[in-house]
Design a protein around this ligand. Structure first.
Ligand code: FAD
Length: 380
């Protein structure tokens, strides 16, 4: 059994690639990252193209589509610049799906059309300063006071928070039960009194800030509780496989970008009277990169097939997440090496892919944690 995209999906990818080539060339992404300036104009074009409607059913103003379409978008955004992914993935990759699967009809009618039009951005407030991999023990609390929850605590690494209208905020609402059974999710407006957001300095995709968020007695209407009280952990757990599969697509975009820029360079750059690609060491590095890109593609597509067809994929998604991120990192590392000294210079793309690839081994559950998941699935 083989997975392949439909002709329509291929056309979607081609036209998305061409659109992003035009509005988000590497030089523009590099400049925005250096200035740490939000890619407002590019995001506008992404919305006009209809990217924010992917995965939103037509009845809520979107264009429909599922995991395959989402993977295409993630791959192309990662190829063109991780900052584009940072502005898109929290809202459309994660929060859209959470609202669609767990929101009330009112939530769907309120949030999904605005997400689909690109007007509403959301950030994911899961990680806390003392609770990263061990997320389930998170400490930010929310206590009911009349018709409002009052949030107290701190989140960290909340990407895009300073440019979002809402934060998907995971809070502890019951301390008396086991950690996973006392967590809820509140959709918290970022303009609520008591919220302060501070951007952090980071290695890649700097155009979209990753932030610390402090909640100092922040009052959120009871109606903003997503799904049931104390059942918030389920929202995150149900989304894990999909998130890991999409991470494979991101890795594909990064690895493809790194490979293509290295291949071009190896054909153009001459030393000792011939293109450096003629030296076997360089040619074999490129051959290994091509193998990794193909392997990332196959693992990602296999998981899309499994998930779309209702086959179990927890172990496979974690395996892909580990392999794809490490293969993307290897590919980007080789891309820098093939560029020699120029690979270390900011005006060449290789360094950008190198910095961006590193995050794929960390964010959304590190590769050490993924290996734990795989080991458990193996019965260890
Ligand atoms: C740029 C960036 C953007 C991010 N965006 C978001 C976001 O939008 N929203 C959000 O909520 N979070 C976000 N994150 C947070 C990210 O998901 C966490 O960084 C990640 O889950 C790891 O948590 P931690 O950084 O606290 O590391 P820790 O959990 O402190 O881990 C430190 C090290 O110990 C290892 N380790 C921990 N536990 C174990 C174990 N049981 N066995 C073996 N090794 C272990 C880890 O693998 C790691 O190497 C972002 C992070 C970054 C860097």
């Amino acid at each position: 059994m083989q997975f392949s995209f439909t002709e329509e999906q291929r056309m979607f990818q081609r036209s998305l690639h061409e659109m992003l080539d035009k509005v988000a060339p590497s030089s523009v992404i590099q400049e925005l990252d250096e200035k740490e300036e939000f890619p407002t104009e590019i995001v506008k074009k992404m919305a006009e193209f209809g990217l924010y409607g992917v995965g939103v059913p037509e009845e809520y103003g979107g264009s429909g589509g599922g995991l395959a379409e989402m993977a295409i978008v993630m791959e192309e955004l990662a190829y063109h610049g991780a900052c584009l992914l940072y502005v898109y993935a929290p809202t459309v990759g994660f929060c859209r799906q959470a609202i669609l699967s767990f929101g009330s009809e009112e939530h769907k009618r309120e949030f999904l059309p605005q997400i689909a039009s690109g007007k509403l951005r959301m950030a994911m407030g899961l990680s806390e300063p003392d609770h990263g991999s061990d997320l389930v023990t998170l400490e930010t609390t929310a206590d009911l006071d009349g018709d409002e929850y009052v949030i107290r605590g701190n989140k960290i690494f909340t990407t895009g928070a300073d440019n979002a209208q809402y934060i998907f905020t995971m809070v502890r609402t019951d301390k008396s039960v086991s950690p996973s059974r006392g967590i809820s999710v509140l959709l918290t407006p970022t303009n609520s009194p008591g919220i302060s957001i501070r951007p952090l300095k980071k290695l890649g995709g700097q155009a979209v800030h990753t932030c610390e968020v402090a909640f100092d007695d922040v009052r959120v209407p009871k109606a903003n509780l997503l799904y049931e009280l104390n059942k918030g952990w389920k929202i995150v757990m149900e989304h894990l496989d999909e998130e890991r599969i999409l991470m494979g697509a991101q890795c594909l975009g990064t690895a493809r970008g790194a490979f293509e820029c290295a291949l071009r360079y190896a054909k153009e750059r001459e030393q000792f009277g011939q293109p450096i690609g003629k030296f076997q060491t360089i040619a074999h590095m490129l051959a290994d990169m091509a193998i990794d890109v193909e392997a990332i593609r196959l693992m990602t597509y296999n998981n899309i097939y499994r998930k779309t067809n209702g086959l179990p994929c927890t172990k496979e998604a974690s395996m892909a997440r580990v392999f794809c991120s490490e293969a993307a990192m290897r590919t980007a590392h080789k891309a820098v090496q093939i560029h020699g000294g120029y690979g270390y210079m900011m005006e060449y793309d290789a360094q950008r892919y190198f910095r961006e690839a590193k995050l794929w081994e960390i964010a959304g559950g590190t590769n050490q944690i993924q290996r734990e998941v795989i080991a458990r699935e193996l019965g260890l």
